[in-house]
Write a protein that binds this ligand. Structure first.
Ligand SMILES: O=C(O)CCC(=O)C(=O)O
Ligand SMILES: [Fe+2]
Length: 332
């Protein structure tokens, strides 16, 4: 992939052959113009079907190198399952204070919200969940007072490795995280791909993880309490499987399953990387191959805390049509 220097830094893993694109100043100017046009597009609301249609059309005008990178990533997300985009036009100085209300979302077509939507909608279709953050398409990942120790994106304790919405039958295929404001002390988004971890697993553990011996509960960000039916943790091609696990919410039906989960956890830990997103950097994680989490940090709740926008993307708008009322973006 065509690469220019990207400032994303690593805390505790060697640089890998991940897919990374650094935008040139001219490319960033082009994206800023698209985002600016969209922020003036009626009704200026990222959840409105008319605005989404305008964003879909405008996304075809993204810089061709970015379109090529997104297309290549969709075809094969690489060993790390990660696409890192840097140099997006977000200015730290003009940002409002970091919000800290529970369930915080970004309904207005601000520049950063438009950028997250523009890129996500080229990768696939943007989706959300009725029972999570009110079904908003652009969500804020910000620390929330009183949620410090919660295993959710409003927490600030270390967030355990998870597949996004692992309990749900319709999980997003990708999670997009756009950084508006980094944490003062530098906090990594923890990432580990099953492509990296598979060779480290014992054969017996792999066999157990491929059986439907595991259950996963809904995360705290969901209003509804739900639990999956029994499911395998690894599925699909034995040499290149998908992964579905949440180390806070997945439990095994028996001792052998619990041991296999522990084996998986330590294999994933040993291939962990922790990119620290800076302002104007966006990461896409392939949620079928990658588990993610986050390091601990200390919020101040004074408007200067870490702030990401999150979008979910899926690839096949037919697959779960019966779960999206009116064919819209929000899943039940
Ligand atoms: O804070 C992060 O870097 C990731 C949080 C997370 O797991 C999420 O927003 O889905
Ligand atoms: Fe997550």
């Amino acid at each position: 992939m065509d690469v220019t220097a990207g400032p994303a830094t690593e805390t505790d893993a060697p640089a890998r052959d991940r897919m990374r694109i650094g935008l040139t100043p001219q490319e960033a100017t082009g994206i800023a113009a698209l985002a600016e046009r969209l922020s003036r597009t009626e009704p200026g609301a990222v959840d409105h079907p008319d605005w989404i249609a305008a964003a879909r059309t405008a996304s075809c005008e993204l810089p061709v190198r970015l379109l090529q990178a997104v297309r290549a990533y969709r075809n094969d997300p690489g060993a790390d399952g990660l696409l890192l985009i840097s140099g997006l036009p977000i200015s730290g100085e003009t940002l409002p204070p970091t919000p800290n209300a529970p369930g915080s979302v970004e309904p207005a077509a601000t520049g950063p919200a438009a950028i997250a939507m523009l890129i996500g909608i080229q990768l696939g279709e943007i989706i959300a969940y009725r029972d999570e953050k009110g079904g908003a398409l652009v969500q804020n990942v910000v620390p929330v007072p009183a949620l410090e120790s919660s295993q959710s994106n409003g927490g600030s304790v270390s967030l355990e490795f998870h597949t996004e919405n692992a309990f749900h039958p319709n999980r997003p295929d990708y999670v997009g995280l756009l950084c508006l404001r980094p944490a003062r002390e530098g906090v990594g988004t923890h990432i580990a791909s099953i492509r990296r971890a598979l060779p480290l697993l014992a054969e017996r553990d792999i066999a157990v993880l491929r059986e439907p011996r595991f259950m996963t509960a809904a995360p705290p960000s969901f209003n509804s309490l739900g639990c999956s039916s029994l499911h395998p943790v690894l599925s699909g091609d034995p040499g290149d499987p998908d992964i579905r696990v949440d180390f806070h919410a997945t439990s095994a039906r028996d001792e052998e399953g619990a041991r296999a989960l522990e084996g998986l956890r330590s294999a994933l830990e040993s291939v962990r990387s922790a990119p620290e997103l800076g302002t104007g950097e966006m990461a896409f994680l392939d949620n079928r191959l990658v588990v993610h989490g986050r390091g601990a940090f200390t919020p101040r709740y004074d408007g200067s805390d870490r702030w990401l926008h999150r979008v979910f993307v899926h690839l096949d708008n037919r697959r779960n049509r019966d779960r999206r009322s009116g064919g819209g973006a929000v899943l039940v």
